[in-house]
Design a protein. Structure first.
Length: 342
């Protein structure tokens, strides 16, 4: 953000990582934030994420150093509204509102949106992209513009751009229709400028992640492949411990939604499109998390929310229908016999 406002790169790095802004964090995290070698190694991985810093730079004259925090909090509001809007395309107001409210109090979303990070806006744009993708598939190419815009913005916010694009690829393969092919082609085209504008050293990033987020002694593929299985096991243990030690709501939210989207079926024609988008999205989200085998207190796992929210809404709708049907049967049994009514 400081660089965008005109500060020299080295001066901006010094002000951020050696100044008062990060004093407390350096004391708590001397191996990363307080380590100049770690800062220098990590810098290229974040250069592409310019949208949130640009927004922070615009807000800076009013909010100063808290600009990025306020942008992140605004992203949290955008996530809740986006979940609500996505579900309204398929479910009734009460169901959409209930699941959006459940998402609003999800501890990892609240926690990570309360820091000056890019995750909340990345998630909001991902959800908007899925809503736009559904509308393209169901209502035609008039909805390509919001799809393209959300993918283009997302590509400069987070590295999760390929989750909705991979879901679109599955739809293009499955439906083989003109809208599905256009969806995939325009999504790829919208994501490419960020790829060409900012080269991310993927191998260096993977070497860092499998080395417990410490600067690796080696960045070769053999080093990465050797370290990856242990890093994946450590991630599974850390996530299980995180959920086991009090995060029951988080566990129920994610597990319930993922199970529901796989098992709950309906007779609606549009659900075929939804499932074709969101089940591949869940699989792509799993690949996204496994590609970065580092514990994040379910920050990276937030990308599952579009699929999870839809699954929870499906389960809630089914439960409501069963309750209503049961009440109807009970009332019918209380009615007077036909010979008395006559």
């Amino acid at each position: 953000m400081l660089e965008i406002r005109g500060t020299d790169q080295q001066a901006a790095l010094h002000q951020t990582f050696s100044g008062s802004i990060s004093a407390d964090l350096r004391a708590e995290d001397p191996q990363k934030t307080g380590n100049p070698a770690w800062v220098k190694y990590n810098e290229p991985f974040y250069e592409r994420r310019v949208v949130v810093p640009i927004a922070g730079a615009v807000l800076y004259p009013i909010a100063g150093n808290r600009s990025l925090l306020y942008i992140s909090l605004a992203g949290y509001v955008a996530v809740v509204l986006a979940v609500f809007g996505l579900l309204l395309l398929r479910f009734r107001l009460a169901v959409a509102g209930a699941v959006a409210a459940a998402t609003a109090v999800l501890p990892p979303l609240v926690e990570h949106s309360s820091f000056p990070l890019t995750d909340s806006w990345g998630l909001a744009l991902e959800i908007v992209a899925f809503a736009a993708a559904f509308l393209v598939l169901q209502r035609g190419r008039a909805w390509l513009l919001p799809w393209i815009a959300s993918i283009a913005l997302l590509s400069f916010v987070r590295d999760s751009t390929w989750i909705p694009i991979l879901a679109a690829a599955w739809c293009a393969f499955r439906f083989r229709s003109r809208p599905s092919v256009e969806l995939l082609a325009t999504g790829i085209a919208a994501a490419l400028p960020a790829v060409f504008a900012f080269k991310t050293p993927v191998r260096d990033l993977l070497a860092l992640l499998v080395n417990q987020s410490q600067v690796p002694p080696d960045t070769s593929w053999s080093f990465i492949l050797h370290k990856y299985p242990a890093a994946l096991v450590d991630l599974a243990h850390a996530d299980a411990g995180f959920l086991r030690h009090g995060e029951w709501y988080t566990a129920a939210y994610f597990a319930g939604g993922l199970v529901a989207i796989l098992l709950v079926r309906s007779q609606r024609q549009s659900d075929r499109t939804w499932r074709s988008l969101l089940i591949p999205a869940a699989l792509a989200s799993l690949a996204y998390v496994m590609a970065a085998p580092v514990f994040s207190a379910f920050r990276l796992e937030l990308v599952f929310i579009p699929a999870v929210a839809f699954g929870l809404a499906s389960a809630l709708e089914l439960a409501a229908e069963k309750v209503i049907a049961g009440r109807g049967a009970g009332l019918a049994s209380l009615r007077a016999p036909a010979w008395i009514r006559r």
